[in-house]
Write a protein of this length. Sequence first.
Length: 357
Amino acid sequence: METTEEADSPAARARTTLIVATACFMLLPVGLFYWMNRAPAVDPANVCKMVWIPGGEFRMGTGNVDDKHKEEGPVHNVQVKGFWMDETEVTNAQFAAFVQATGYVTDAEKDLSAAEFPNAPAEYLKGGSLIFKRVQGVDPFQCGTSGNLPWWKFTAGATWRTPEGPGSSIEQRMNHPVICLTWKDVHAFATWAGKRLPTEAEWEFAARGGLKDMPYVWGAEERPNGKYLCNHWQGTFPANDTGEDGFQSVAPVASFPPNGYGLYDVAGNVWEMCEDWYHPDFYKISPAVNPLGPAIGFDPEQTGFGQHVIRGGSWLCDVGYCFRFRVGSRQGLDALTSTNHAGFRCVADRPAPSARK
């Protein structure tokens, strides 16, 4: 048996050093190969152009709300600090760059666990999203505004890559807002991009574009000079969208003029997820300076998954049943659900890279 003295002898130490050096020399090319082919650190400026939102004080919410939209009141004064905001909603192309760089798999691409959801029907354990389907002969006012609405169909295989389900594709829609994502998914993108999701107060301040107490991001009238200024539903909901605004589904980003801060599509097209948890009564107790939302999300369906705030309305909002492409409109979406009418944009704090300007 080799003694301790023999193992610590100069010859043994020299032999060990030689072995280690040889191994390092042999592994160096492998290490260089992986280092040179690693995913590059992302420059947030290259993910989406951002504009500076100066911050300030504004009146948040909607005055004289009816029972259907009472979550929009009461109007209250709020102050927010300045921040950078994405010029458009995050697109399929931008989300694809994130997935390519990280290998991220979205929630809709993964099946749920039967052990975690023992009461869920087997078909609902498949990866997928809630997809809007036009239906005839339905009076939406008899259906309420939540629960099992007949125009929402869970569709297995409906993901950000295949937003209408298997067989669909985003190949010709890379400049459309990415959809069929959960709050966890959009949060992952924001973290990768070196950004974050906006608070609800930041979102509304930015969406107002410097206008004071106006119902729309462009001003006082829904259709100034008869012109549609966002992508929303025309016709009889949920049966027929006549597409008078030029679209009958999700539109490419920046299809309509920007608001006063240079932000596109803060009304209609797709709802935009915010950082805050959602509660319909939060405005009654909201702090006045940089509010962050309630401590836990509203859970009207008792799913165990609270809702986060979504803002801006979508292509499904009409002027009758929904009418939530107004700037003060707000709603909740539970953290587990992905749909084909909700997307997101990000914000960032100072200091910002010069390329963001």
